[in-house]
Design a protein around this ligand. Structure first.
Ligand code: ATP
Ligand code: MG
Length: 446
């Protein structure tokens, strides 16, 4: 993309009402625009990151054997009356009446609807196990929307639902979700710690939240410092291997890590003192096992092996896709702007032409731009006639991991400058060597 033809409305001033770094930088970098409290338009740069995160979520869900689909945002109230949650959900639910006076709502989550789909189409235990998921906009009329997209009213969420014959099978589905989530967050450059949590209005016996440590997080967390060293890395996972998947979950949940809702002071004080940690975290996902809580009242049964109908065991599993954009920035920024991890960056590199109009500079920058595209990379080429200082400030603000600077002095020696946004280190290299280094940095991350 050429910056001269892009829509990147960066702001010079720091917006007064944005309290935390991610919100400030998302506004300043022209990623989002607030349209009403907790409701945002995703401008081109923000939209790119959102789609990149969505793509990673899709890939990891499908790797785990989960099936993508799409349910609508607007739902009939009747389904929620069946489960009993129409009254229980309270003022967070946006209730709508259509022209025929029918009660509708903008979905805050989809347990009822997916259960309805399941009961209509699945009759036998032979179709199980099955996990369906979608990534769709949700609406919750939060009492205090704040921190930009981190606590919106309209937000983008992946929600998946497993259907299993037995509790044991459903717990394997739970574990599969835990492992696929760990991989999802790692690919985004995040450390998200699974913490035992409280089930809240969805209800259930088993639940973990995934928390990214950040001072601006809204949850209080207590943990053994050892959990922050755990990494899934690139180990091979066979999602059908019940023992392997459980083993990974045990590894990630055996050390103490809880939110304030389930915090146990006695257990916590059993951790060696030098490893006890307290802090704040951002919830970027949650998994639940809730058994037959919905299948029973809504009649989602299958014919079991003995021919008798049995209600299915279910769980639901969510990832805050739009919240993640903010959470990644909270975890990765400095005083100049965002620092995107390679896995989610909106563009792979910025190309800054220091002297637009200079024949040598234009030729070298155009050549780099063309070659990168041929190599399947997505560069942002600053071909505007802004001054160099302003170009660098924009690059730092929008946080692309790499910048290639093309200037007349370097070109005399046949070199361009390759700068790493995170370390600030620059190297003078031939254009070919700079491209080779970029390609290596993105190996396995695209
Ligand atoms: P919270 O405790 O933060 O209100 P929740 O536990 O009610 O969230 P879930 O029902 O578990 O949320 O939804 C799954 C994920 O969706 C959450 O882990 C979070 O990342 C994201 N999410 C929930 N509410 C919001 C919101 N208002 N804005 C943005 N993302 C949200
Ligand atoms: Mg939650």
């Amino acid at each position: 993309m050429r910056l001269s033809r892009y829509f990147l409305p960066v702001l010079k001033e720091t917006p007064a009402d944005a309290q935390i770094a991610s919100h400030r930088y998302m506004l300043r970098a022209g990623m989002v625009r607030q349209q009403a409290a907790g409701i945002y338009s995703w401008l081109p740069l923000g939209f790119k990151v959102l789609k990149r995160i969505e793509q990673i979520v899709h890939e990891e869900q499908q790797r785990a054997g989960h099936i993508p689909m799409l349910m609508p945002t607007v739902q009939p109230a009747d389904l929620w009356k069946e489960s009993g949650r129409y009254d229980a959900y309270g003022p967070e639910m946006l209730r709508i009446r259509d022209r025929h006076e029918r009660d509708m709502l903008y979905g805050p989550t989809n347990e009822e609807m997916i259960t309805d789909i399941f009961r209509a189409h699945v009759a036998s235990y032979k179709s199980l196990p099955m996990t369906l998921y979608h990534i769709q906009w949700k609406f919750r009329d939060e009492i205090r929307p704040r921190f930009g997209v981190m606590r919106g009213r309209e937000f983008y969420m992946k929600d998946g639902y497993n259907f299993d014959l037995t509790k044991e099978d459903a717990l394997h589905a739970y574990n599969r979700h835990m492992v696929s989530y760990l991989r999802t967050y790692e690919r985004m450059g995040l450390t998200a710690i699974p913490m035992r949590a409280d089930s809240g209005p969805i209800g259930g016996d088993d639940t973990h939240e995934f928390l990214v440590l950040a001072e601006t997080g809204e949850s209080d967390v207590f943990f053994d410092a050892g959990v922050t060293d755990l990494k899934l890395g690139d180990r091979e996972v066979d999602y059908d291997d019940v023992a392997q998947v459980k083993g990974i979950c045990d590894e990630f949940t055996s050390l103490y890590a809880r939110t304030d809702e389930t915090h146990d002071e006695a257990l916590y004080s059993g951790i060696p003192e030098d490893r006890r940690r307290q802090g704040k975290g951002i919830e970027v996902g949650q998994i639940f096992y809730f058994g037959t809580k919905y299948s029973e009242p809504m009649g989602a049964t299958v014919q079991g092996p003995d021919g008798k109908p049995v209600p299915v065991h279910m769980g639901s599993h969510g990832i805050g896709v739009s919240r993640l954009v903010g959470a990644i920035i909270e975890a990765s920024h400095d005083d100049k702007g965002i620092i995107w991890p390679e896995g989610v960056t909106p563009f792979h590199a910025g190309i800054v032409n220091m002297r637009v109009g200079d024949e040598a500079c234009d030729r070298a920058a155009e050549a780099l731009y063309g070659t990168m595209k041929t190599l399947g990379m997505d560069p942002l080429y600053d071909d505007t006639d802004e001054r160099a200082g302003a170009k660098f400030a924009t690059q730092d603000l929008i946080g692309l991991p790499w910048r290639i600077t093309v200037g007349p002095r370097g070109l005399k020696n046949g070199v361009v400058e390759l700068t790493n946004r995170r370390t600030g280190e620059s190297e003078e290299l031939s254009p070919e060597a700079a491209l080779a280094k970029l390609a290596a940095a993105y190996e396995g991350k695209r």
